[in-house]
Design a protein around this ligand. Structure first.
Ligand code: TRP
Ligand code: ZN
Length: 870
């Protein structure tokens, strides 16, 4: 039987709900018994059948009001109770199931991670524990009793407050937890194991003391401080900026090594991929530190946007995810550099999200049709979802936006809400009409703004003609016009900013409301022909097409007040150089960079002290995958050749500058404040060019040998591999020898190996799958080795003999049965065949067909292959 899709339009309130659930876990890694007692209420008086979700366990028994119940039908994914005879609108069910956490490689439901046992229930993992109304609009109060061997599992954790505990015979003990806040099943969590615990407290703004507990594997306490500090910082920030206070007396975070995603916001008991918890200067890079802070904040912020107000159905996922990403972005921007954060978020959107919208998986931030929910935890739902919230913020301003938040929470606290509830609250609190704006929730695809300008010297009038079009996407042929906030600024050629005015009257805001297919905006008087800065700070998630010449872009680069605009103007210059040179390459002509472009870079470098963070970002050459997104059809080899050329040409042209500044910005002590991070990344950026000069080998080897922190170590190691320096093999062996017992650190090594520019890197990757530090069942290892190879090493994965595709398909066949959620993530590069030449397309499709014919194809893979081959 083929998996069936669900549609957003088919949402129906449930016929039954569950108000209370009492769970008893008799924990054993090989076999765990679960007794689930639920209080069921009939909501629809006409209803006669109750269908409960459940699979992947052994079903033992069911009782209704304490009597064995036999009127049911069972299939692969559910248990349907026949209740025709029953004339009660309230009854109790008791269901007994047997689970095997040690054999659960899907990492959903209850599973074993290392020596610990833990759960992952979002989106639909609870149904792997017991039969349940496993949908987010069924909110119940949970009481959980855990019984286990005290030696093996001294810590027994679940949501809410610890209310009782005791000892049993034979070295067993038990703990009972109660969560006072009704919640959907996806927020349930349980953890059992032996850990080191870092304890702290937080006093909320109303003066309540909250116990904070961070659980890490034994021996890892020296990597836990940063995560704890991040948690406290997040709690404080949410009180200050959003006036939101934590609501329980205890907040626990557990770090586990086997985890499908980043982290999970289970009420009062977050479970984290250890990658987003553990850090010390020897093992973590500056970016790791920032990622940890961001993810800790994200999960914490879910307590209000996700848990207190949850989602009515999974089509509304962006209600909690888009909003919570917006909140974590604002947190990082308020407590760090707003410009750096904006640039990094925009890079992600333009490359990964735009690519998703151009793929067979294109979907709106609120999808219409889903086969496997796990496939919709995407950059579109998360990051584009956050952009949609950000546009509302731009249209309303901070004050009205916060008024909207207050109203949204007041109206929906303790309930399962919809995206419409959110937009409606924003609209009513602000008085601003969001009717047309709502289309962002239902329309997929990347809108294109084509803008031209004209200047009339007689009337001193400047006009911007704006046209919008959203090209069709695979899920949706017909598109409508959107409400697009277009932030603009006008500069004259000398760099002076000009006032936005019409007939002498100042514009109320620098955000133009683009609402029609074609619109003209007029400005007067404007005394000189201006250079327009368009889509400033990426005011909407759209593509911009404006016929800038290089001179205008250099003007913006030099004079724009806004750091983002300056960065963005260089991105456009880079794009022009890349396109030009790719043409030269394809026509077998000599490559060359324009002298104006090189002079502009030199100017930037000489003035780096004006803004060291921004200079670093501007001078960091985009990755191959970022460059690839500039093209409809991607030439993986051409992009590598041209990018290499750019790297070497810039390096040699500015070698003396890079060397002087590199030597000038070396730091002795490792510190984690913003200035030190900025200095380190500037220093490593200089080295990234020097690596491609004749000084490369000496400088990189020295950098590695003198490094006292992972940021510098990794910078050197990765450059040795990228520039294929003589020191490479020695450094790689040294690193391996030192870190072979530490999976998280080895992930960095695996990723460097997988993205090497060498000839036979696939052979190497195949060997590394047998490396003692590799583990096929650990998603972090898979992402580091296989994910990096297929997703980041374009020429190697897209080898014209099809070897890269065959490699991936073989892996996906194994993963289809062991961990389908990860399989469906790793398949992405393969379903995007439409972006390649016909020879590669044929080979990629052949791979997909081989996969489609696999027995017991998972819903996760089925959905993506179906869409790709349709
Ligand atoms: N809600 C989680 C977050 O955004 C995402 C998540 C964690 C998840 N684990 C998952 C989603 C497993 C699906 C499956 O922070
Ligand atoms: Zn989230």
């Amino acid at each position: 039987m083929l998996p069936k899709a669900k549609y957003r339009k088919d949402y129906k309130q449930p016929d039954f709900t569950i108000s209370d659930i009492f769970l008893e876990f008799f924990l054993e890694a090989k076999q765990t018994k679960v007794i689930a007692k639920t209080l069921v209420h009939k909501l629809n008086p006409e209803a006669t059948t109750l269908r409960l979700d459940g699979h992947s366990f052994q079903f033992v028994s069911i009782k209704l009001n304490d009597v064995a119940f036999t009127q049911y039908q069972q299939d692969n994914e559910s248990l349907t109770l026949e209740l025709t005879e029953l004339n009660m609108d309230k009854f109790e069910l008791e269901i007994v199931t047997l689970l095997s956490p040690a054999n659960n490689t899907s990492l959903q439901g209850l599973y074993q991670s290392g020596e610990a046992l833990c759960t992952q229930c979002e989106a639909e993992g609870f149904r792997q524990i017991t039969y349940m109304l496993d949908r987010p609009d069924v909110l119940a109060r949970y009481t959980t009793r855990i019984i286990a061997d005290k030696n093996r599992y001294p810590f027994l954790l679940s949501n809410g407050n610890r209310i009782r505990q005791g000892e049993l015979d034979n070295g067993y003990h038990w703990v009972e937890w109660q969560d006072p806040f009704p919640k959907p099943s996806y927020l349930f969590a349980l953890v059992a194991g032996d850990f080191d615990v870092l304890r702290d407290t937080f006093i909320t703004k109303s003066g309540r003391e909250v116990a904070l507990e961070l659980y890490v594997d034994k021996g890892n306490l020296n990597r836990a401080d940063w995560a704890m500090a991040s948690l406290k910082k997040s709690m404080k920030w949410d009180e200050e900026r959003f006036d939101l206070e934590y609501d329980l007396d205890i907040y626990m975070i557990v770090a586990v090594d086997f985890f499908n995603m980043g982290a999970m916001e289970n009420k009062g008991l977050n479970i984290f991929n250890s990658k987003f918890v553990l850090a010390n200067p020897q093992t973590a890079t500056d970016n790791d530190y920032l990622d940890i802070e961001r993810v800790i904040a994200h999960e914490y912020f879910h307590n209000w946007t996700g848990n207190r107000v949850t989602c009515r159905d999974w089509f509304q996922l962006s209600l909690k995810e888009g909003l919570t990403v917006f909140r974590d972005q604002e947190f990082s921007s308020d407590t760090g550099s707003r410009t750096v954060n904006r640039i990094n978020n925009v890079k992600l959107l333009r490359t990964v999200q735009f690519a998703e919208d151009a793929s067979p998986m294109a979907h709106a931030i609120r999808p219409e049709k889903v086969i496997e929910m796990n496939n919709f935890y995407t950059v579109t739902v998360y990051e584009k979802g956050a952009e949609v919230i950000r546009m509302i913020h731009s249209l309303l301003g901070e004050e009205k936006f916060q008024a909207g938040m207050k109203l949204y929470i007041a109206e929906n606290d303790g309930t399962a809400a919809t995206c419409e509830d959110f937009v409606s609250a924003m609209e009513r609190a602000s008085g601003i009409d969001l009717t047309q704006f709502r289309r962002w929730y239902s329309q997929s695809g990347t809108p294109e703004l084509t803008i031209t300008d004209e200047y009339d010297t007689n009337t001193l009038t400047y006009r911007l003609k704006v046209a919008q079009i959203t090209p069709p996407t695979q899920d949706q042929m017909d598109k409508v016009n959107l409400h697009i906030p277009l932030r603009v600024a006008l500069y004259d050629v000398d760099g002076a900013k000009q006032e936005l005015q019409l007939n002498g009257e100042r514009f109320a805001s620098d955000v133009l409301n683009v609402t029609q297919y074609e619109q003209t905006f007029e400005f007067s008087p404007i005394y000189k022909r201006p250079v327009p800065a368009l889509l400033c700070e990426f005011s909407a998630p759209v593509k911009l097409d404006f016929p800038y010449n290089n001179e205008q872009l250099i003007t913006l680069m030099k004079f724009a007040e806004n750091g983002f605009v300056r960065w963005d103007s260089v991105q456009m210059l880079l794009a022009n150089e890349l396109r030009q040179n790719l043409q030269y390459h394809q026509q077998q002509q000599e490559l060359q960079l324009s002298s104006a472009f090189l002079a502009a870079l030199q100017n930037l470098l000489e003035n780096y002290q004006q803004d060291i963070e921004l200079t670093t970002l501007i001078l960091t050459l985009p990755k191959e995958t970022e460059f690839a997104e500039l093209f409809k059809t991607i030439d993986p080899v051409g992009i590598r050749v041209v990018r290499n050329f750019m790297q070497k040409t810039i390096a040699n042209h500015l070698k003396d500058h890079f060397l002087r500044l590199y030597n000038h910005t070396r730091t002795e002590n490792y510190q984690l404040d913003r200035e030190s991070i900025a200095l380190r990344s500037f220093n490593n950026m200089c080295l990234s060019y020097l690596a491609f000069t004749d000084l490369g080998n000496i400088l990189v080897a020295k950098h590695y040998n003198h490094a006292n922190n992972m940021t510098d170590t990794l910078a050197a190691l990765s450059l040795a591999a990228q520039a294929q320096l003589a020191c490479r093999d020695g450094l790689l062996a040294d690193f391996e020898q030192k870190w072979q017992d530490d999976g998280l650190v080895m992930d960095k090594w695996f990723a460097i190996q997988a993205t090497r520019p060498d000839e036979n890197v696939l052979g190497l990757v195949n060997q590394l799958m047998e490396h003692p530090s590799f583990n096929f069942n650990n998603p972090n290892r898979l992402r580091a080795l296989v994910g990096s190879f297929c997703g980041q090493n374009l020429p190697a994965f897209h080898m014209i003999d099809g070897s890269g595709y065959r490699f991936l398909v073989d892996i996906l066949i194994r993963l289809n049965s062991s961990n389908p959620q990860i399989a469906a993530r790793l398949i992405e590069p393969l379903i995007r065949f439409a972006r390649y030449d016909s020879q590669r397309q044929t080979l990629m499709k052949r791979g997909l067909e081989r996969l489609r014919d696999v027995e017991n194809l998972s819903r996760d893979l089925f959905e993506k292959i179906e869409k790709a081959l349709q």
